[in-house]
Design a protein around this ligand. Structure first.
Ligand code: M6P
Ligand code: ZN
Length: 194
């Protein structure tokens, strides 16, 4: 069998001051308009979007072949802020290949990883500098910034895992994280339909 062309090692450097990765790889930015339907307070979304379109998060994907033997990895940051009472967060996704996991090392900031299994169970873990969060196969995952500085984390997953947003774009996740009296609280998503 013909051998795949040898892939050369890569070093990337994250700058904790500028919050940039060098080389940047593929930079993906998500503004509120990319995920407006995911927040609960649709009136608030409309009000904000009439004035501007805030950046909610961005991530730097190191460019790696999307094949099983490789490990995709990226640096992501969710900016601080809220839409009404709901904290800024990532869209969240299952993996296209459901049986693939992901590990997250938080580098900076405060947050929660909201996970939901294909069977509908929820698990929520704290994210803060130094936490290593393991997302097992068949758990959707979303990161929520509950602090007042960027939530920055490194994530690594199987090269061909892929992203499946479909179910979350249609239904959202069962649990949402809101701010009440200055603190994050877990609530049932009123818009989630079984
Ligand atoms: C993490 C990883 C990426 C993911 C990114 C943004 O860095 O899990 O694979 O793309 O967060 O999250 P989402 O794709 O849900 O918008
Ligand atoms: Zn993932």
């Amino acid at each position: 069998m013909e051998q795949e062309k040898l892939f050369r090692p890569i070093n990337s450097l994250f700058d904790f001051t500028s919050l940039e990765l060098n080389p940047p790889g593929e930079l993906i930015v998500r503004n509120l308009s990319d995920m407006d339907f995911m927040y609960q307070d649709q009136d608030k979304v409309t009000e904000i979007l009439q004035k501007n379109d805030p950046m909610i998060y961005r991530f730097y994907n190191v460019e790696i072949p999307e094949t099983a033997g490789h490990l995709q990895h990226c640096i992501s940051m969710v900016f601080p802020g809220k839409i009404g009472q709901e904290y800024y967060m990532t869209k969240g996704h299952f993996h296209e290949i459901e049986d693939t996991a992901e590990a997250y090392l938080t580098l900076r900031g405060q947050g929660r990883m909201v996970m939901q299994s294909t069977e509908g169970e929820t698990d929520i873990k704290e994210m803060k500098k130094g936490t290593i969060t393991y997302v097992p196969p068949r758990w959707a995952h979303r990161c929520v910034n509950t602090g007042n500085q960027p939530l920055v984390f490194f994530a690594v997953y199987r090269g061909d895992a892929g992203h499946n947003y479909g179910i979350i774009e249609e239904k959202g996740m069962k649990k949402i994280i809101l701010e009440e009296e200055g603190k994050p609280v877990i609530k049932d998503n009123p818009r989630y339909e079984n």
